[in-house]
Design a protein around this ligand. Structure first.
Ligand SMILES: [Zn+2]
Ligand SMILES: [Zn+2]
Length: 378
C-alpha cells in the first residue's frame, strides 16, 4: 500500500490502514519535507513487515542559522567540542581550548595563531591536526523511514560513533558521538547547537538541539544556541526506531523518573502514553541506545560521500578511499549495528589490523560475536 498527502492529519483518512501509532506525533514541521511524505510498506531490521513514514529532507532547513564552526585564529571564537583527552568535557573552540590541546600534544595552530582549517567536503587535511568544517552542498537530499508502529527490540541497540539516532521535527538528522580527536587527529567542529555539516554536504546534529541551554549551563560553557528555540520540555524529534525524543524534563517541567539505560521510559506525552526518550543534562544529550527496531533502509542520501551515501568512504571526506569490504553489510546486520558504525569502529582501532577486543568493546558486543560476524580476514 502506498499513498501520498501533504497533511499528516489526512494520512489517517486516506490511508485507513495502518493505524498510526502516533498520528499527532508525526508532527514534523511541514517545512521539513521536500515533496510529500508517504506511508510505505517497509521491513524492520528484525524482519518484521511494517509500514513506515517516508519523507525527504533538504541538506539544511531553510530558516536554520548554523555555525560558528572552526575559528580562523586563536583570537576568534568558534563552536563547541567534546574533548575526551585530559580534562575531558564540553568546550568552546577558543584560545584557551586550543592552548590546552597544544599542551597535550595536539597543536591546531601555527606561530601566527592561525588555526589549520580544512573544508572536509572538498579537501583532505594537510596539517597533523586540523579543525574540520564542511561546506554545504545545498542540492543534497536525505530520505528517511520511520516505523509508524514502533516495536521493541529483544535487546537495546548500542549507538557507537556516528551511529544514526533519528531526525529532528524540522528534518535535521541526528547522529551519535562525533569521531574522537584522539583517534582521528582532527577535530570536526560542532556549532553552538551541537551540529555540523557532514563531508556529504548536509547538516546534522550530535545533540538534542532544543535543549542545549541545559547542557551549556550544566557544563559551564559560555555559548548560546540562539538559532533553535530552547525548551527542556519540548519534543525534539523521533529516533529511527519511531519513538519520540524529548528534552530533559517532562512536559510539566518535572524530572523524568525511572529512565532506562537508553535514557527513556514509558509515560504520558503529547503523543499519549508511549515509550519516549529524554535528553540528558550533559553532552551529548542523546539516547545511549535504541530500544526499538529500526527500519531497513532508514536513511539514504544523494550525497557522493559521507554517512548514508552509496559509497560512504568515497571522495576526499572519507577516512579511507574505496568501498565497504564484501560481506560487511551482512556482518553489521548480524551484530545489530550500522555498517558505517562497524567500519568506523574497525578503522578507529587500526583498520585491517584492528584489535578486535577494542572494536567489540566500542560496539558493545562480545569479541566472539564480532569474530563470527566479520567476513574472513585476508
Ligand atoms: Zn557529524
Ligand atoms: Zn518522560
Amino acid at each position: 500500500m502506498r499513498c501520498t498527502t501533504t497533511l499528516i492529519t489526512l494520512l489517517t483518512t486516506l490511508c485507513a490502514t495502518p493505524v498510526l501509532a502516533h498520528s499527532d506525533g508525526m508532527a514534523f514541521d511541514a517545512s521539513a519535507f521536500l515533496g510529500d511524505p508517504q506511508v510505505v510498506d517497509c521491513t524492520l531490521e528484525d524482519g518484521t513487515a511494517s509500514t513506515c513514514f517516508e519523507f525527504t529532507v533538504a541538506a539544511l532547513p531553510e530558516e536554520l542559522e548554523i555555525g560558528p564552526f572552526c575559528p580562523a585564529t586563536l583570537d576568534d571564537v568558534g563552536g563547541l567540542w567534546q574533548w575526551d583527552g585530559e580534562n575531558p568535557g564540553l568546550y568552546r573552540l577558543d584560545r584557551a581550548f586550543f592552548e590546552m590541546l597544544d599542551a597535550q600534544g595536539f597543536t591546531f595552530y601555527d606561530d601566527t595563531g592561525a588555526v589549520a582549517v580544512t573544508d572536509i567536503r572538498l579537501d583532505q587535511p594537510t596539517a597533523d591536526h586540523a579543525c574540520l568544517s564542511a561546506s554545504l552542498a545545498p542540492d543534497v537530499t536525505m530520505t528517511i523511514r520511520l516505523p509508524m508502529e514502533p516495536r521493541m527490540a529483544q535487546a537495546p541497540t548500542p549507538l557507537g560513533t556516528v551511529a544514526k539516532v533519528g531526525v529532528g521535527l524540522d528534518g535535521v538528522p541526528i547522529f551519535a558521538d562525533a569521531p574522537s580527536v584522539l583517534e582521528r587527529d582532527h577535530l570536526p567542529a560542532l556549532d553552538v547547537c551541537g551540529g555540523h555539516i557532514d563531508p556529504g554536504g548536509w547538516y546534522h546534529w550530535h545533540a538534542t538541539a532544543t535543549d542545549m541551554a541545559t547542557v551549556l549551563e550544566n557544563e559551564g560553557v559560555e555559548a548560546d544556541c540562539a538559532a533553535v528555540v530552547q525548551n527542556a520540555a519540548a519534543p525534539f524529534g523521533f529516533a529511527f526506531d519511531g519513538y519520540p525524543m524529548f528534552g530533559s524534563t517532562e512536559p510539566d517541567g518535572g524530572v523524568p523518573e525511572g529512565l532506562d539505560a537508553c535514557g527513556g521510559h514509558v509515560g504520558t506525552t503529547a503523543h499519549g502514553e508511549t515509550y519516549h526518550y529524554h535528553a540528558s543534562q550533559s553532552f551529548p544529550n542523546l539516547p545511549a541506545c535504541l530500544v526499538g527496531v529500526v527500519a531497513q533502509d532508514n536513511f539514504a542520501t544523494t550525497a557522493a560521500q559521507g554517512i548514508g551515501a552509496a559509497n560512504p568512504r568515497g571522495g576526499p571526506g572519507g577516512p579511507d578511499a574505496g568501498e565497504m569490504p564484501p560481506g560487511f553489510d551482512a556482518a553489521a546486520e548480524t551484530l545489530g549495528v550500522d555498517p558505517e558504525t562497524l567500519f568506523e569502529a574497525l578503522n578507529a582501532a587500526g583498520g585491517p589490523e584492528a584489535d578486535l577486543s577494542e572494536v567489540a568493546a566500542t560496539l558493545g558486543v562480545t569479541e566472539d560475536a564480532l569474530r563470527t560476524a566479520l567476513p574472513a580476514r585476508r
